[in-house]
Design a protein around this ligand. Sequence first.
Ligand SMILES: [Mg+2]
Length: 402
Amino acid sequence: MNPDPDYSSAYLEVETDADDGIKGVGFVFTIGRGNDVVIKAIESLSERFIGMSIEPLLDDMKTAWDMLVHDSQLRWLGPEKGVEHMAIGAMLSALWDIKAKRAGVPLWQLLAEMEPEELVATLDFRYLTDVLTPEEAVEILRRGQEGKAERMQHLLDNGYPGYSTAAGWLGYSDEKMVSLAASESTEKGFDLIKLKVGQNLEDDLRRLRLAREAIGSNVRLAVDANQVWDVDVAIDWIQQFKDFELEWVEEPTSPDDVLGHARIAQAVHPIPIATGEQMQSRILYKQYLQANAFEVMQVDATRVAGPQELIIEYLLAHKFGKRVCPHAGGVGLCEAVQHFAMFDYIAISGRTEGRYIEYVDNQHEHFVTPVEIKNGNYMPPLAPGNSCEMTLETAEKYLYAP
Ligand SMILES: [Mg+2]
C-alpha cells in the first residue's frame, strides 16, 4: 500500500515570550507530499494563537482541546479525524511539551505524576460515556497509583520492551531478511520480530519458515499486511499462518472497517488481530472495542489529536482488557510514542507482558534526545519534554517550507 514512502514530517514549534527560553515542539509524520497539506492545516490553526496568551491554556488543557477540536469552521473538515485532527495533535503536543519542560520532567513522568482528577479533567469524554465515564477513568488511574513508585524504578532500570521491524520489508531478499532477523534478535536483543506480508502467499510462508529458523523458538514473530486484503481474502490468507504461533496479524484490511475486522478476528481466532496506526479517532477505537474486532491496539503518536486523545485510547484499551503495542518507525514516531507506553505502564495498566513498542533504527540522529535501546528495550527518556525536538543541523539541512 505504501510503495514509495518519503519519510518526513510537518514540524511545529511554539514559542512564548516567557523568559524561560522554552519552546514547545510537535510534529505530524507523513510519507511525503502529505506534508504540504498538513502544513497548511497547521498554519490555519496557528493563526488563532499568534499574539494570544497561552498561560491560561497551559493551566487548562481541556480548554485548549475544545478551542482546537471544536473550532466550528475547521471541524467541518473532520469532524475529529484526518488532516485537521492530526494538525491539532501537533499543536496540543507542543503545548504539553512546554508543560513538561517547565516542570523539568519528561512527558511520561509529567503524565504519570498528575493526580487522577487533574489528568481526567483535561480529557474529552464526549461520545464515549456509554463505555467510559470520567468517574471510571479516575477510578482506573486511582488503582494505578498502587505500586507506581516500584514500576517507575523498574522502568528506569530495565526500560520498556521494544520489537523490531527492521527485517520485515517485502523488497528484501531472503538472505537479507534472514540475516537481519537473526541479528535483531540475537545481537540487539529484541524478543519479537515483524515481517511484512500480503503480496504472495507462497512467499509469505517461505519467509516465515526462514525467519522462524533464523530466530529460534524463543523469539516471537508477528506479521503486517498494511491493509492489502478484502475481508474474505484476509480470512483465507491468515488461516494459512496458523502453524507459526504469530503474536499478531496487523492491519489485514481497511482501518475504517470495524465489522470487517470483527469478522476476521472471529474467523482466525486464536491468531490475534492488530490494528490502529491509521485509526482516525477515539470514537472508532470505541467501536472496535465494542465489536471485539482486534486483540492488539496499535496507537500512533501523530494520527490523533495529541496526548489527551492518546491517554483516552489507553484508558479504553484498559477498560476492555486489550493490550496496546504502539506503532512507531519513521521520523520521530519512536521518540514520541514511547512516552505514552511508559505512562500506561506506570499509571494505567501496570503491565508490560505481551506489550511492545515498535522500533526501526531510522532517522533517530535528527533528534536532540533520540531513543535509547538497550537489550531490545526502550530506556525511558530523562530529558524534560516530549523528545520530539529536532537538531538545528537537521533543520538547516532538510527544512523545506512550501
Ligand atoms: Mg504497520
